[in-house]
Design a protein around this ligand. Structure first.
Ligand SMILES: [Zn+2]
Length: 390
């Protein structure tokens, strides 16, 4: 195919500037960014597939370069970024700004730098005569519970010959991360029965009941923390559970009608995570029965907001082998954050995390990627193209 790419960013840096300019904070639509990339691909004759979600306000984007054969490499990245609200930025977060070898902007590290490096090499991939394909898998709503990835992975597996491996380009400083913990995000809502707070016998305070249940979570958290550290490399190595948000009551002198709290369980072991959930749920069922016996409108319910499996590293040899070679990095590391990698692994695809930029700069005011890291991301893409031509 001989086509001239349209007037759109060519270098990784230009791509990064363009990608940063889209405010794809998770609460916003990401369609403008997705449409811009799709239109650019279109002009080069590359067909892309949008997988719509969030009532049509957002979309994943999937496209492949190279032959329609199995054994391709998936480059996975999320298009959304975390908010800049309340953060003190030295320059406009949506305008790429270079200072002292650092490219500042929201998403430069997490993870538009990786996307920029990949997109900048699309023309080279088209021209190279790849023997195995590259599949770009761009998701939405990663930062708010990895909501886009499941339908993206489903569409990927249904739409292309089985890929050989996945590289999730979260910022690792181009080191290889082959394990991360999983997370269950949960919201528990306790419904009580309102009454004047002097008349505690005439109602049920949702706050008081929720506190008992939260006390159980604290107990479990303490017990887990008392376990000796193991050699897994996770910091901390044990399963954790914690309560992030509590909302309850409307006035000091009313027995609260409603109390809800958002909590999470993070574990390297799906079974252990489930055991924590079951233990809290058993306690919730007991309390639920007790308050329902007093008033029919009382009750306790827990909603699973997200359930992301850990990346265990089992069966990831093909991904490790290739990415080690491309980065000259034999070492493997673990990540304390959650990524889409666990979902790809659960789908049976060998997966590692490796991308430019550093996690320490992600989500921060004045987020940046070092120009040397962006260059390392580009070098990775160049070597990938070479490897896939062999
Ligand atoms: Zn990220």
């Amino acid at each position: 195919m001989t086509t001239t790419p349209p007037a759109f960013p060519a270098s990784a840096r230009e791509w990064l500037a363009r990608l940063i300019a889209f405010d794809t904070t998770s609460r916003n639509s990401n369609l403008a960014l997705v449409d811009a990339i799709a239109a650019w691909l279109d002009a080069m004759g590359v067909r892309s597939t949008r997988i719509a979600g969030a009532a049509g306000r957002k979309a994943n984007l999937l496209f492949s370069i190279g032959p329609e054969v199995a054994g391709g490499v998936v480059l996975s990245g999320h298009t959304d970024v975390v908010p800049v609200d309340g953060q003190d930025w030295s320059s406009d977060p949506w305008t790429l700004c270079e200072r002292d070898g650092r490219l500042h902007g929201r998403g430069t590290a997490d993870m538009k730098g990786f996307l920029a490096a990949g997109l900048s090499r699309v023309p080279a991939m088209l021209a190279a005569g790849l023997k195995r394909p590259v599949h770009f898998a761009l998701s939405y709503d990663e930062e708010v519970g990895l909501l886009g990835a499941p339908s993206l992975i489903e569409a990927l597996l249904a739409g292309v010959p089985r890929p050989g491996l996945v590289v999730v380009g979260e910022p690792t400083g181009m080191r290889i991360v082959d394990r991360h913990k999983g997370i269950m995000g949960l919201r528990t809502t306790v419904l009580g029965h309102e009454a004047h707070s002097s008349q505690t016998h005439l109602g049920v305070s949702a706050n008081m009941v929720a506190t008992r249940l939260m006390a159980r979570i604290v107990e479990i958290a303490d017990r887990l923390a008392a376990a000796p550290q193991d050699a897994s490399g996770f910091e901390p190595s044990h399963t954790t559970t914690t309560i992030g948000l509590i909302n309850g009551g409307t006035a000091p002198n009313i027995l609260a009608r409603e109390c809800s709290f958002v909590w999470d369980i993070r574990s390297a072991s799906p079974t252990e995570a489930r055991a924590v959930y079951d233990e809290v749920e058993a306690c919730a069922r007991e309390l639920d029965a007790a308050i329902r016996a007093r008033f029919a409108d009382c009750g306790i319910a827990t909603e699973i907001l997200s359930d992301v499996p850990p990346l265990t590293g089992v069966g990831n040899a093909p991904a490790l082998e290739l990415v080690s070679r491309l980065t000259d990095t034999p070492e493997r590391e673990v990540a304390s954050y959650v990524a889409e990698a666990g979902l790809f692994e659960r789908a049976g695809l060998p997966t590692v995390i490796c991308g430019p930029g550093r996690i320490a700069q992600a989500h921060q005011p004045d987020e940046y990627i070092e120009t040397s890291q962006l260059a390392a991301g580009e070098a990775f893409m160049d070597r990938l193209v070479e490897a896939l031509c062999r």
